[in-house]
Design a protein around this ligand. Structure first.
Ligand SMILES: C[S@@+](CC[C@H](N)C(=O)[O-])C[C@H]1O[C@@H](n2cnc3c(N)ncnc32)[C@H](O)[C@@H]1O
Length: 431
């Protein structure tokens, strides 16, 4: 049955009095005006009945008005008021399901927005856990750092590249960037399970490579892998990079790949690495950096950016990040480093974040078989990997590569050091 807006209450009443059996009047549905006209034509008897009832009003109203169809299905409220407003009818079960979905989405967002591994001198403990679980090593291999994707590889599509090979390529590119030539003593600061230390030890067979980390599990695993691979010129130790046991001027090459992110004192980090570097030796650092803000004309961080960074600090036990430019300033500030240079490698490393997610999607069984605790942890890692990707992609984060050499000793000091060096073996021989 068709009736017109404005007449609804009255019509329902009048028509129900006229046809109580034929029209239970469970609801009134608004129809599109054209559809209503078509319906009215097709059911002219019914329409004329409505017009009959309403014709007093139709006669005085010249403006076109909404047309309603009286629905006979027991589907919604009989309230004439709500029908007059055209309120859609919704099944309570559907409503409950929608509310449940909304609540779940809200709860999940809260859970994933609340970081789980805030920095609290817990770096060693977190890496111990990652090492014992084995998931990180399974997917990332021996190297816990981003991979390198050349421009040609990116043009072909990053998924065509082997994820683990990208990490070996990164080490080779970082070595090229450093310009280091034939180092005899190498220190790998924050060595993970020692993938880079072993790679450098194989490349420079007559060098001695030392890797340090805060995680005793990483030292165990790194030593085990060195033994399996018969790499004898490498050793691993638990040692804090901010107060190393090594004497001054010990290493030809000091290598720091993605350990600076965890350092609570970036200045001390640079100074300690510079202290143990030999004069003329090379320091090279790879580190996730945040964009420069509020200095040298750069825009301050927005509240949204601060929140995004805070999540990235907290989720993986980072105290804070600094900018590439701040790294350069700290390196120059030592007074003993020279030829400081830096580059932004975001373009050639960005693919690592999503590639890391895809390798898990293509081969999920290691995680699936480990049970709910690891499922939850892995879900968190995926969220963080994607957030990292987005932060780097939009320039909030930048991949920093920095290098420098240590100034040679002044001639007098060099002569003194050489004399000391010559006297030491003579004294040892006399004993
Ligand atoms: C992301 S992993 C780096 C992986 C490694 N460079 C590689 O090639 O696979 C970070 C490493 O930094 C180490 N680290 C963090 N803070 C440290 C500190 N204060 N002293 C020594 N190592 C530290 C961690 O123990 C971990 O091994």
């Amino acid at each position: 049955m068709l009736v017109r807006q404005g007449d609804v209450g009255r019509i329902v009443q009048s028509t129900s009095q006229l046809h109580p059996a034929a029209h239970p009047f469970r609801c009134l549905r608004p129809l599109h005006r054209r559809a209503a006209a078509a319906t009215a034509n097709a059911h002219s008897d019914v329409a004329s009945e409505a017009v009959l009832v309403t014709n007093a009003r139709v006669a005085v109203q010249s403006n076109p008005r909404e047309v309603y169809q009286i629905c006979e299905a027991p589907c919604c409220s009989t309230s004439a008021a709500s029908a007059a407003q055209g309120a859609p009818s919704v099944d309570p079960t559907v409503l409950a399901a929608l509310a449940g979905l909304g609540l779940t989405a809200f709860a999940l967002k809260r859970i994933f927005d609340t970081p789980s591994r805030k920095y609290d001198n817990n770096v060693g403990k977190e890496y111990d856990a990652w090492t014992e679980e084995g998931v990180l090593e399974y997917y990332w291999g021996e190297h816990i750092h981003l991979g390198y994707y050349s421009d040609e590889e990116l043009a072909r599509g990053y998924l065509k590249k082997d994820f683990k090979q990208a990490k070996f390529d990164f080490v080779d590119e970082m070595l090229k960037f450093s310009g280091a030539q034939n180092p005899k003593t190498i220190l790998d600061v924050g060595c993970g399970f020692g993938g880079t230390s072993r790679h450098l030890a194989k490349k420079f067979r007559d060098a001695s490579v030392t890797g340090i980390t805060l995680s005793s599990k990483q030292v165990q695993r790194g030593s085990q892998l060195a033994e399996q691979q018969r790499v004898t010129n490498v050793n691993f130790q638990v040692m804090d990079a901010l107060s190393m046991d090594f004497p001054d001027n010990s290493f030809d090459l000091v290598w720091a790949c993605e350990s600076g992110e965890h350092m609570p004192d970036k200045k001390k980090y640079i100074e300690e690495m510079t202290r143990v570097l030999k004069p003329g030796g090379t320091l090279v650092i790879a580190c996730w950096c945040q964009r420069e803000a509020e200095t040298h004309g750069s825009a301050p961080l927005s509240e949204q950016e601060k929140r995004e960074l805070q999540f990235l600090y907290d989720e993986w036990a980072h105290p804070y990040f600094i900018s590439i430019q701040e790294f350069e300033r700290l390196m120059k500030g030592t007074g003993t480093l020279q030829d400081v240079s830096a580059a932004n490698w975001t373009r050639n490393t960005l693919a690592s974040w999503r590639h890391s997610i895809w390798v898990g999607v293509f081969d999920p069984w290691v995680v699936v078989l480990k049970g709910p605790r690891i499922w939850y942890k892995t879900a968190r890692e995926i969220v963080t990997l994607e957030r990292m990707h987005q932060a780097f992609a939009k320039g909030l984060m930048e991949y920093g590569m920095m290098t420098a050499t240590k100034k040679p000793l002044p001639p007098a000091a060099a002569a003194g050091a050489a004399a000391e060096g010559a006297a030491a073996p003579a004294a040892a021989a006399a004993v």
